[in-house]
Design a protein around this ligand. Structure first.
Ligand code: BES
Ligand code: ZN
Ligand code: ZN
Length: 489
């Protein structure tokens, strides 16, 4: 079961070069020249591609990202360069770039990967799968034709597909329009997506949230006729989770009474990209059966102005009893997350809490649209996160939980304990310190992914495997982290 979009199926073939149709061949360089050996040599000989003359005439040099289509009628070849000593990210981008050439024209494609080091073959497949995504659930006429990828060697197909499905899920959720994925609809979809995966799904609805004192989620979401709810997923054998994942899931962020200007509104359907990343990661973790015990919290809400909305200057009581003064209704993510973080810390007693959130414009000002900010005071977790970032290609940069800014939390509140806003500059840091306060001494990591969560802003060029809109940032990052954490246990 998927949300909207299914990746192509994958099938290994023995006699790859008998394939008719499209073939993608990524070519590494050695000593500045395309290195044609193994399956590439056989391909050249069999189809008479004349690679030597393509190289000597300067039409193909195998440089990173270079692409050459060789249409030959029955069998067509796309060469894509990898440069010298390609790494995983280069390989993912190359296969994504090449497959984009055929997703709308071919039903099947063969990707050659046996010419790569064994450790890079799965990255090739992942790149191809991620490059084949397009959200077309709301198009009457679908453009995407590709439904099958053949591959000429084993490449951890099961894991590659589990990863791709997780990212597709994250992309579908993050890109879906708010009239289709509102809180109740998301809960229903999550229940069906995770059926049979060994993940339990519990939904706390509005009345429960009010009764149990989730004042952050309730206040942020109460302005909409479509009321907020809290989705709780549990995976693993133990009752006590070692890991809690909390994802900002503001289905649409109009800003509330502090209404955003028109030009800022359209991107705000992606304000659920943090929750989407968490859902995608949990999906892959469960599919692969990683030995880890986790809980995922998805507080889903719509932040809009109405006669029922919470107001600037309201003082609201959060789940853990903290009184928060609402300085700005558009700083809503930190309120829904504060409830969920405190619940993860105190109710679930999780050892480590990680938040994924499109939290602040401030982090976009600092790091742009390709990089997320990493906030943690735990050095060991910081290193593991950065390693997961290197492995996945989901970029992260460390940001400070600056102690000298901590006093702002209390200082900015006149009536309550803390204010949800305090500063003109450095709001990403203030928001992170605000969230940390609710982790009640647990190990805490916060990822402010407001940039990559909503996708690259021109003129920035995104990685080739990013689609238009939200790229599903963070799903692979958290999956890689879970792999690191579970292998150390
Ligand atoms: N969802 C936004 C943050 C955001 C901005 C995400 C740009 C993606 C791209 C968040 O809820 C917000 O509105 N933050 C305000 C906070 C301010 C009122 C203190 C902001 O950053 O302007
Ligand atoms: Zn907002
Ligand atoms: Zn928001």
């Amino acid at each position: 079961m998927v949300l909207y979009t299914k990746p192509p199926t994958v099938e290994k073939v023995e006699k790859a070069l008998e394939h008719r149709g499209w073939i993608i061949a990524a070519v590494p360089q050695k000593g500045g020249k395309p290195f044609i050996a193994g399956v590439l040599k056989s391909l050249d000989e069999k189809l008479g591609l004349g690679l030597d003359s393509l190289v000597s005439s300067g039409r193909f040099a195998g440089k990173k990202g270079e692409l050459l289509e060789i249409p030959r009628g029955e069998t067509n070849v796309i060469l894509v360069g990898l440069g010298e000593d390609p790494d995983a990210e280069t390989v993912r981008r190359a296969y994504a770039k090449a497959i984009k050439k055929v997703v709308n024209s071919a039903e099947e494609v063969l990707i050659l990967v046996s010419q790569l080091d064994e450790g890079l073959r799965m990255d090739a497949l992942v790149g191809a799968l991620l490059g084949a995504y397009a959200l077309e659930a709301f198009k009457t006429e679908k453009k995407r034709k590709l439904s099958k990828i053949f591959i000429d060697s084993s490449a951890n197909e099961r894991e590659a597909l589990a990863i791709a499905e997780g990212v597709y899920l994250a992309r579908d959720v993050a890109n879906a329009p708010p009239n289709h994925v509102y809180p109740e609809a998301l809960a229903a979809k999550v229940e069906s997506v995770f059926k049979g995966l060994g993940v339990s799904v519990e939904v706390k609805r509005y009345d429960d949230l009010v009764k149990e004192g989730f004042g952050g989620i309730v206040n942020v979401g109460k302005g909409s006729a479509r009321k907020p709810l809290l989705i709780i997923l549990k995976y693993g054998k133990k009752e006590k989770p070692s890991l809690a994942l909390v994802g900002k899931t503001v289905v649409f962020d109009a800003g509330g009474i502090n209404l955003k200007p028109s030009h800022s509104l359209f991107a705000m359907r992606h304000d659920k990209a943090g929750g989407a990343a968490v859902l995608g990661a949990v999906y892959t973790i469960a599919k692969m059966g990683l030995p880890i015990d986790l809980v995922a919290l998805i507080p889903a809400a719509i932040n809009v102005p109405s006669g029922e909305s919470y107001l600037p200057s309201d003082v609201i009581r959060l789940w853990d009893g903290t009184w928060v003064e609402v300085g700005n209704t558009d700083a809503e993510g930190r309120l829904t997350l504060a409830d969920a973080i405190a619940y993860a810390a105190k109710h679930f007693d999780a050892d480590t809490i990680i938040t994924m959130a499109t939290l602040t414009g401030s982090i976009v000002a600092a790091l742009g649209s390709l990089i997320a900010g990493l906030f943690t005071s735990d050095d060991s977790l910081k290193e593991k996160m950065l390693e997961a970032s290197r492995r996945s290609g989901d970029k992260l940069w460390p940001m400070p939980l600056e102690d000298d800014y901590r006093s702002l939390l209390a200082k900015s509140a006149k009536l309550g304990d803390v204010n949800n806003v305090a500063v003109r500059w450095g709001d990403a840091i203030y928001a992170a310190l605000f969230l940390e306060r609710f982790s009640h001494g647990k190990k805490f990591v916060h990822i402010d992914m407001a940039g990559p969560g909503i996708g690259a802003d021109p003129p920035v060029t995104p990685p080739d495997y990013w689609p238009r809109g939200a790229p599903g940032y963070g799903a692979r990052l958290i999956y890689e982290l879970a792999k690191i954490l579970s292998s150390k246990n």
